[in-house]
Design a protein around this ligand. Structure first.
Ligand SMILES: Nc1ncnc2c1ncn2[C@@H]1O[C@H](COP(=O)(O)OP(=O)(O)OP(=O)(O)O)[C@@H](O)[C@H]1O
Length: 234
C-alpha cells in the first residue's frame, strides 16, 4: 500500500532562547492509505502539537511532513489555511459547536468551505442524528454533540480526519460508540483517521499505533487485525 502520510525528522519548537520548548523532537513515521492510527502518549508528550502540525493549524519548525502529496513545510500561512479548510476534518474533546446555530447549520458551515462536501443532513444521518437536525447544541447530550461534531468533520469529505481526545468528555459507553463511528468511517470510506489519546486500552482498535514520549516516537506498531470496538473492554 502507498504511504498517505510521511513525516521525516519533524521538529516543533515553541518560543525562543531560554524559553524555548521543543514539543516535537525529530519525529519520523509513515501512515498508509486507509489506516486508522492512534497517537498515544502521556500528557505533555507532544501529541496535540503533532496533530496540529498534520492538520495545518501549526507550522512545523523543521523537517518534512507530507500529507497525500502536499508538503506542509513548503506552504505559507495562506496556503496552510486552504489546506486545513479543504482537506482536513477536525474533532475536538469539547465538540466546539457554534451554540446559536442548529445541528444542521453547524454542519452546513463546515461543508460550505469544502470542495466535495457531503449533504449536511446525510452526514448527520450517518452518525445517527437524523432526528436532531433542528436542535441547538445545548439541547443535545454530550455524546450527541460529539456525533454532530463528527458529522461536521466528515461532511467536508476530508482526506484526513483528526481527532484530539474525542471521548475525553464522555462516559464509557458513549465514548465507545463514538470510537465505533471512527472505525466505521475508516472502513466504509477507506479514509484516514488519526486519534490522539492517552488511553492505551483502545490501541487494539487501530491499524497503527504510534507512541510518543517526551516529544519523540517511542514505538511504532502495526496491527493487521484490529479489534472491532464493540469487542473492546477497558
Ligand atoms: N502554543 C504553545 N506555546 C508554548 N508551548 C506549547 C504550546 N503548545 C504546546 N506547548 C508545550 O509543548 C509540550 C507538548 O504539548 P502538547 O499539547 O503537544 O502535549 P500533549 O501530549 O498533547 O499533552 P495533553 O495530552 O496534555 O494535551 C508541552 O510542554 C506544552 O507545554
Amino acid at each position: 500500500m502507498t504511504n498517505f502520510i510521511s513525516v521525516k525528522n519533524e521538529f516543533k519548537t515553541y518560543g525562543t532562547g531560554t524559553h524555548a520548548v521543543t514539543a516535537n523532537e525529530d519525529i519520523s513515521f509513515e501512515i498508509k492509505q486507509g489506516e486508522l492510527t492512534i497517537i498515544l502518549g502521556a500528557s505533555g508528550a507532544g501529541k496535540s502539537t503533532l496533530l496540529n502540525v498534520l492538520g495545518g493549524m501549526d507550522k512545523l519548525t523543521s523537517g518534512s511532513v507530507n500529507v497525500n502529496g502536499t508538503e506542509l513545510a513548503d506552504l505559507n500561512s495562506r496556503e496552510l489555511t486552504t489546506y486545513r479548510r479543504k482537506k482536513i476534518g477536525f474533532v475536538f474533546q469539547f465538540y466546539n459547536l457554534v451554540q446559536n446555530l442548529t445541528t444542521v447549520e453547524n454542519v452546513e458551515l463546515a461543508s460550505e468551505i469544502a470542495d466535495n462536501a457531503m449533504n449536511a443532513a446525510e452526514a448527520l444521518t450517518a452518525v445517527g442524528l437524523e432526528s436532531r437536525l433542528q436542535n441547538f447544541p445545548a439541547q443535545l447530550s454530550g455524546g450527541e454533540q460529539q456525533r454532530a461534531a463528527i458529522a461536521r468533520a466528515i461532511a467536508k469529505n476530508p482526506d484526513l480526519l483528526l481527532a484530539d481526545e474525542p471521548t475525553g468528555a464522555l462516559d464509557y459507553k458513549t465514548g465507545k460508540k463514538i470510537l465505533q463511528l471512527f472505525q466505521d468511517f475508516t472502513h466504509k470510506y477507506h479514509k484516514n483517521v488519526i486519534i490522539v489519546t492517552h488511553n492505551s486500552m483502545i490501541r487494539p482498535m487501530a491499524n497503527h499505533v504510534i507512541e510518543i514520549a517526551d516529544g519523540q516516537v517511542k514505538s511504532d506498531t502495526r496491527n493487521d487485525a484490529p479489534t472491532p470496538v464493540e469487542q473492546l473492554e477497558w
